[in-house]
Ligand binder design. Sequence first.
Ligand SMILES: [Fe+2]
Ligand SMILES: [Fe+2]
Length: 215
Amino acid sequence: MTHIQTDRNQKKDDPARLQELIRLAELREELKSMLKPSRFEHSLGVSYTAAALAMKYGENIGKAQLAGLLHDCAKNYDDETLIALCDEHGVVLSEEERNSPKVIHAIYGEYLLETRFQLRDADVLKAVRYHTTGRSGMSLLEKIVFTADFIEPTRKEFPGLREIRTLAFQDLDCCVAEILISTILYLRSRNAHIVSDTMDAYAYFSSLTGRRIHE
Ligand SMILES: [Fe+2]
Ligand SMILES: [Fe+2]
């Protein structure tokens, strides 16, 4: 047991981690002023869930907390305002993205991370950029934020969510495949356009795991 106690003391006095936690607390306050209360609670849920998944899969816990906390930082703007802000600040949107406004908060969110929050970590930026659509070959951190966004505690219950939550802590790639399947089926049921990043992600994770949509 002695070595565990030594590790504990080292963690407590780690100045880098302490700085990271202070910065997280500051960011939480700033984010609170940017989002409506339910969206802020969701963001906290994603942050804590991402931290738990990082512990399980050996990702950097601080990065997971940070990306989870800020992933929806641009969610308070309406669709037209988001497009106008992207145009104003030179954030390039494809034709497809312009026609799928629900994905734009993630793209403008990445821009806000770099500018307003002065964050430069490429992995954290990508995890925010792709948290809605997913993409082929997502990194571990991207998969963690993508999954945490779907399963966090305040997410409204629906059939299959319980199984996906369990799977998240058993096999992350299978869980990502199931989330993509659930998302695609939901979008299809509403006759909504499905962006190519999501279809590419589905092709990638279904071939990796063997989990696919049964037509
Ligand atoms: Fe989002
Ligand atoms: Fe979210």
